[in-house]
Write a protein that binds this ligand. Sequence first.
Ligand code: HEM
Ligand code: HEM
Length: 206
Amino acid sequence: MNPNIIFADLPKVPSLAKAHGIAMGIAFVVLFPLGAFLIRFVRSKHAIWIHAGCQLVGWVLMIAGLATGIKMGKILDRLHNNAHTILGTVVVVALLLQPAFGYLHHLRYVKTQKKNVWTHLHVWYGRVLIVLGIINGGLGLRLARDTPAYSMAGTIVYAVFAGVFGGFFFGLVVYVVMRGRKSNEAGLRSGKVEKLGGGGKNGEGP
Ligand code: HEM
Ligand code: HEM
């Protein structure tokens, strides 16, 4: 028997696990991919703030998920001795900087009307971390398999949502990259590559 487990607090684990799984699931599987979709497809000059608002709600949920995750990890002695809590901590800590990168992109973009180093950092850093976060949810469910918190129904719901929204997010990234490549090729042919690379109808984004 593991003497580091806080046995007196074990009854708290099922509700903590539910809160943690739901907060992290909504943030990584639903809101972050939805926010990425919105910045690409909302045709309005407010698209950036719709994107930022959606992502910041996800960001706050993610921090709530981190707090419940750490609490559970301490009770179960599963803090940073397994893939889920290690990868999860790396992803969450890395994403703490993401709103600042988005804002720095915006400040520079307003001045120059061009994509810049913060744009590429914000976009690719975000894409990679969102995918790692979705995968990490699966690792969390595997970790929870041998505790009373585990629910088969929760696993199925997570798998379905992760499959649908994860697939949708992957498709979005491929679409945006291909579209950018095509417009750059067209720009090269017409000699207007900088303009075409610099932003869509809604100012920032496509
Ligand atoms: C990318 C971020 C993360 C996602 C998407 C995520 C998601 C999940 C999910 C879906 C579960 C299963 C919950 C259940 O069975 O109801 C879980 C379990 C767990 N998570 Fe996370 N998590 C993340 C980050 C973290 C972090 C940063 C920590 C702690 C530092 C953590 C600690 C735990 C622990 C200890 C469990 C196992 C609970 C048990 O054994 O019953 N997670 N996570
Ligand atoms: C945790 C918070 C955030 C996350 C996870 C996030 C994530 C992302 C992702 C993944 C993309 C790329 C979408 C794609 O796949 O094509 C993106 C684009 C963008 N984000 Fe964020 N974002 C966050 C916060 C913000 C904030 C606070 C701002 C500005 C104030 C911002 C401004 C932008 C802009 C302008 C773009 C489009 C850049 C371009 O022209 O290519 N983001 N964001």
